[in-house]
Design a protein. Structure first.
Length: 228
């Protein structure tokens, strides 16, 4: 099964309720007509905290995740993902789930909690093999899963760009916490009061080692499983 991720950026002046309506009332029904195996939407609905350790983008974004059992249908999906003034990027990805939650809520309902979405590129000084080793053999088990209070964790490796002109990415990471404060409160996000500072240093040093920090983008999303 092939997984695609499409990132939709509306015009800067876009109103969130209008953008949400365009995505859920117009786009989602069109996508369901193409009969995806699974369909998920993430939207920048959560209010950004006043102070953050990780820089959060202020612009709105929708992430459309599509699973298709039929190969080579990226352009078909892309043809349906259009909207007024939207900038759309698309990627074919390989996902893994080092930590998975149990879904016990209905499709189309907002998932519990909040998602920290990270769009990332590798450190240009590393080979691709070195980057993958740092990401999956060190960062995932020794930092992400030990430091952060993750409920669901989905690293997506970008295999290819499927929409010409999409910004190059190497990874799209979904860090899902069950409670909003687990993400927005740095004490909780970095392991507690006694561990926060050393953990922040650990995370920062390793991020600088394997990522191009100038290209990293972070967003807070509400997640919706449309078809699971």
């Amino acid at each position: 099964m092939t997984k695609y991720i499409f990132l939709i950026r509306p015009p800067e002046q876009a109103d969130l309720p209008v953008f949400k309506s365009q995505v859920f009332d117009i786009l989602v029904p069109r996508l369901l007509q193409l009969n995806p195996e699974k369909l998920k939407v993430g939207l920048t609905e959560p209010k950004r905290p006043m102070l953050t350790v990780l820089p959060l983008k202020k612009k709105h974004l929708a992430m459309i995740s599509v699973w298709d059992a039929r190969p080579d249908r990226a352009q078909l999906w892309h043809a349906e993902i259009t909207g007024p003034g939207w900038n759309v990027a698309g990627y074919q990805v390989t996902e893994s789930t080092p930590k998975a939650c149990t879904k016990d809520w209905k499709d189309c309902e907002a998932s519990p909690g909040i998602v920290m979405l990270t769009l990332m590129r590798k450190n240009r000084q590393l080979s691709y093999e070195q980057f993958m080793k740092e990401w999956f053999e060190h960062h995932t088990p020794n930092i992400a899963l030990k430091v952060h209070p993750l409920w669901n964790y989905i690293p997506n490796v970008v295999d290819s760009i499927v929409i010409e002109g999409s910004p190059p990415l190497d990874g799209i990471v979904e860090e899902h916490c069950l409670k909003r404060r687990d993400v927005t409160n740095p004490v909780r996000y970095f392991g507690g009061a006694s561990k926060m500072i050393p953990n922040m240093i650990k995370v920062g040093l390793h991020a600088n080692k394997f990522l191009d920090l100038s290209a990293v983008e972070n967003y807070l999303l509400t997640e919706y499983h449309i078809r699971s």
